[in-house]
Write a protein of this length. Sequence first.
Length: 327
Amino acid sequence: MNNFLSKKKIHKDSFDGYLKFKSLKKFYKITGRKKHVQTAGKNTEKLKALIKKKSNQEFRNCQVCNSRQKKFLFDKNGFIHVKCKACGFVYVNPILKPKVQERTLKKENSYINVLKNKVNIQLDNFRFRYGLQKININKKKKRILDFGTGYGLFLDNAKKYNWDCFGYEINKDCMKILQNKKINIDNSFKKNFYDAITLWLVFEHVPYPNKLLSKIYLSLKKGGKLLINVPNVNSLSSLILKDKCTMFSGSQHVNHFSDKSLKMILNKNNFRLKSMETIISDAGTVLNYLNYGNTFSKDSKKLSFTDPKFIHKHKLGYTLLAIAEKK
């Protein structure tokens, strides 16, 4: 079974929900995303109230180049999004103080229900195996840490590739599931211990990413691999929908990386970039928007730049997938 998994190559289109179901509406409904969006909308006013209080606010410089010079972009749900004038990095400023943000994350269960959805699990299994093939470490004894592991689905897949698995997580409900699965918990970053560390759609939540990368660097062995999957601020859907794009959530996603800014922050922290690509075309969202919310109309237009091959060739996919190595 393990040899079969390691040899079978996964294509990125196999876990693209819109391509799988040929319908954005069906994809959202069948994976529980529609219900999550509705629940998240109900929490918006609570988060707006939190960020309005000055005692909850924390201001930051650019996390890539440390510049204070910034340009206002838009206000999303009470959270100001700005762009660094020096390097172009997009981030939220001010943010909720980390302790306040952590309290909201510990109680966040809406998206966990999406992650537990059976159809979503099938798609994520392909995505995680794709990432494991990209890491491509063939040692017999190898350790991996998944930062922000949720309920451990990625680690379930890593075990099938003969990894000794560890997880970092703060959500209380997820912690219970991880303990029942007997997954090793490491919330302290063991030094010079791991052959690989992964961050699946987590890095955008981290208020001070340089501090995290510093800990990861010390925790990895020399030549160890780092996988980062993060929303792409230069994705086609982001460039067209702008503040209407779902990646701009306000309180949750506080840093918005492009391939350029992600490479810069990795280099700054002594990581050598090995590969960078986009995954998840998000073509359905773009087509839905360009066709006034009706992709099923006979008059709806299918444009060449919404073809997944074009999107990924030009790094316009919804998320970036980067593999870096400790120097």
